[in-house]
Design a protein around this ligand. Structure first.
Ligand code: HGY
Ligand code: MN
Ligand code: MN
Length: 410
């Protein structure tokens, strides 16, 4: 149980690094990211790795193979969090991967490939609204237009990078080459209830659902709450509420499809003023890209109809669109084999949550190992795992790494 205990202890140590003393929030290019990165780098170096941060703030550790410079099995996850987050989403994958290299290093084991661990700097997209900035830079697909996006304080990403000590012009240098990566594998909590319902500690992911995100701005007419008759109001919030219910019913209509309005700002926000301006976000996901696209089309059309009928206007901006990412069969087979070799029942399941593998698929085949989490709860401070599951998960990941067979040799 030692490795599991150490993993949970390190996750707790990372969880204490937050912008808010009352809850866990650690966002892209924040002072907290710097402190967390320094801590992770110290663990990586203690495990016999070279470690540093790259041009987008990813933490990158490398454990050489039998000779220096071999292509790497890349194992990663993210170190940023949502607001009021759980402590395992992302961090568990990085800490567990380091624990595996630590075990290899302790035994003096060198493999016929290198191991690279990446702690991505921004997967959640909390600060600037677009996600997977770290893994997109690593995959060489970073969209430089996002440098102009501003955060809630009006700071551009470009400025935030410079204030963090990074040079936006260097971001391209964070890109990995396809021949330098043998595969990308991520270890992550399931963030759902399936493994727990199956009574299994781990599972092999088949694919990661695609996601489309919008920012919607509804403009009505602010007015006096006491004097404007109901029939003539242009109430932006009432219109937004109708849109939210339309999104919910459209996405509830099909299995596998999900739709969420996660953030809403209401202006001017006074108790006695009819809201004149409302901004909200939409997040639509499905394992099948056509299903997701159909729902997105329907939802945007319904928003247009609802707002026109209510005499308000809607501006809809797509801010994120990522295809579903299938995991590679040759990696799934090796993940199942590692699970089986640890005396556990292999089990395959899709991921409704997005992960950095959706970006890394542009530079390598991807695989994912899920770990059971209590009640399937995530993006919530109640997120929890059993220490015994942390132990089992680490043994499965270590077994996968030790027994990893390169595709070329299959
Ligand atoms: O939103 C997601 O699915 C992931 O947690 N970023
Ligand atoms: Mn998350
Ligand atoms: Mn995550």
């Amino acid at each position: 149980m030692r490795i599991g205990q150490e993993i949970c202890r390190r996750v707790d140590e990372l969880a204490a690094i937050s912008e808010d003393p009352n809850c866990l929030t650690r966002i892209f290019l924040s002072p907290e990211q710097k402190r967390a990165s320094d801590l992770v780098i110290s663990w990586m170096r203690g495990a016999g790795m070279t470690a540093s941060t790259d041009a987008i703030g990813n933490v990158v550790g490398r454990y050489e193979g039998v000779v220096p410079g071999l292509p790497a099995l890349t194992v990663g996850s993210h170190l940023d969090t949502v607001r009021d987050a759980g402590r395992y989403d992302g961090m568990l994958g990085v800490v567990t991967a380091i624990a595996c290299v630590e075990a290899l290093n302790r035994d003096g084991r060198r493999l016929d490939f290198a191991i690279e661990i990446i702690g991505f700097s921004d997967e959640e997209g909390v600060r600037f609204g677009t996600t997977m900035l770290g893994s997109k830079a690593a995959a060489g697909t970073f969209d430089f237009s996002v440098l102009d996006r501003v955060d809630a304080q009006g700071i551009t990403m470009d400025k935030a990078l410079r204030e963090f000590g990074l040079d936006p012009a260097e971001i391209a240098s964070a890109a990995r080459s396809r021949d330098g990566i043998l595969a990308y594998v991520e270890f992550h909590i399931e963030q759902g209830p399936v493994l727990e319902a199956q009574g299994l500690p781990v599972g092999c992911v088949t694919s990661i659902s695609g996601a489309t995100r919008y920012e919607v701005e509804i403009t009505g007419q602010a007015g006096h709450a006491g004097t404007v008759p109901m029939a003539v109001r242009q109430d932006a919030l009432a219109a937004a509420a109708a849109c939210v219910l339309a999104i919910e019913s459209r996405c509830a209509a099909e299995d596998g499809l999900v739709g969420t309005v996660g953030r809403m700002e209401i202006g001017p926000g006074a108790i006695n003023v009819i809201p004149g301006l409302v901004r909200f976000t939409i997040d639509i996901r499905a394992p099948d890209d056509r299903q997701r696209r159909r729902a997105a089309t329907d939802v945007t059309r319904q928003i247009g109809q609802i707002t026109a009928k209510r005499g308000v206007t809607a501006m809809i901006q797509k801010i994120h669109d990522m295809e579903a990412a299938p995991c590679a069969p040759w990696l799934m087979e090796q993940i199942d084999r590692a699970i089986d070799a640890e005396g556990l029942q292999p089990f395959r399941l899709p991921s409704g949550a997005g992960h950095d593998g959706m970006a890394m698929i542009d530079v390598a085949d991807i695989g994912m190992i899920f770990l059971r989490c209590v009640g399937g709860i995530s993006h919530n401070p109640a997120e929890a795992i059993a220490v015994s599951d942390a132990e089992v998960g680490a043994q499965v990941l270590l077994r996968f790494i030790r027994d990893f067979q390169q595709r070329a040799s299959l």
